[in-house]
Ligand binder design. Structure first.
Ligand code: FES
Length: 163
C-alpha cells in the first residue's frame, strides 16, 4: 500500500511538469485574423449605389496552430453617393445568421430565410431581424479598403461581438 502511494507520488511529480509544458500555449494570447484590419478591395471598385460583396482573408492563430490565408468572413461594401465614405456591413443576417444578398432591382438587402430586408444604410425595413445589418469598421490605406471583420450574436436587438 505504502509502495503504491510512493509510486503514485513519484509518477505525479514526473507528469505534472509535462502537463504544464503542454498547456503553456493556452496561457498565451490567442491572435486571430478576425478583428484585424484586412485588405478587401480597391477603393475605386466601390461605386455609388452598387454594393459589392468581398471576402476578408487573414491569418488565424490559436494556442497550437497558425494558418495563413483563411477566410474569416465576408461583408458588403457600400458607398451611398459619389465621394461618400465607404461603409461595410456583415453579410450575416442578425436574425438567425443566413447570408443577406443585395437586390439590384429593389435597391435593398434581402435575407432569403425569413424575408428580412435592409436599406443601403443597413437599417432593417421589414421582417423578423431584431436589428439592422452589423456595420464593420472600415479604413483606407493608399486607396485600398481595409475592414476589421467581426461576428456578432444573432437573435438579439443588441449588437454584441462574439469570438
Ligand atoms: S435569418 Fe434572416 S430573416 Fe431570419
Amino acid at each position: 500500500m505504502l509502495t503504491a502511494g510512493i509510486g503514485a507520488l513519484v509518477g505525479a511529480i514526473a507528469v505534472i511538469p509535462g502537463l504544464g509544458l503542454l498547456a503553456a500555449p493556452l496561457r498565451r494570447a490567442i491572435v486571430r485574423g478576425a478583428g484585424q484590419p484586412l485588405r478587401v478591395a480597391a477603393e475605386q471598385d466601390v461605386k455609388p449605389q452598387k454594393p459589392i460583396r468581398v471576402t476578408a482573408v487573414g491569418e488565424v492563430q490559436d494556442a497550437w496552430l497558425r494558418l495563413d490565408h483563411v477566410t474569416v468572413g465576408s461583408c458588403w461594401l457600400v458607398r451611398a453617393t459619389e465621394g461618400a465614405p465607404i461603409r461595410a456591413f456583415s453579410t450575416i443576417c442578425p436574425h438567425l445568421g443566413c447570408g443577406v444578398d443585395w437586390n439590384d432591382k429593389t435597391g435593398k438587402f434581402d435575407c432569403p430565410c425569413h424575408a428580412s430586408s435592409f436599406d443601403l444604410e443597413g437599417r432593417c425595413l421589414s421582417g423578423p431581424s431584431p436589428r439592422g445589418l452589423d456595420e464593420l469598421e472600415v479604413s483606407l490605406d493608399t486607396h485600398e479598403v481595409l475592414v476589421r471583420y467581426r461576428r456578432f450574436r444573432t437573435g438579439s436587438p443588441k449588437k454584441e461581438p462574439i469570438g
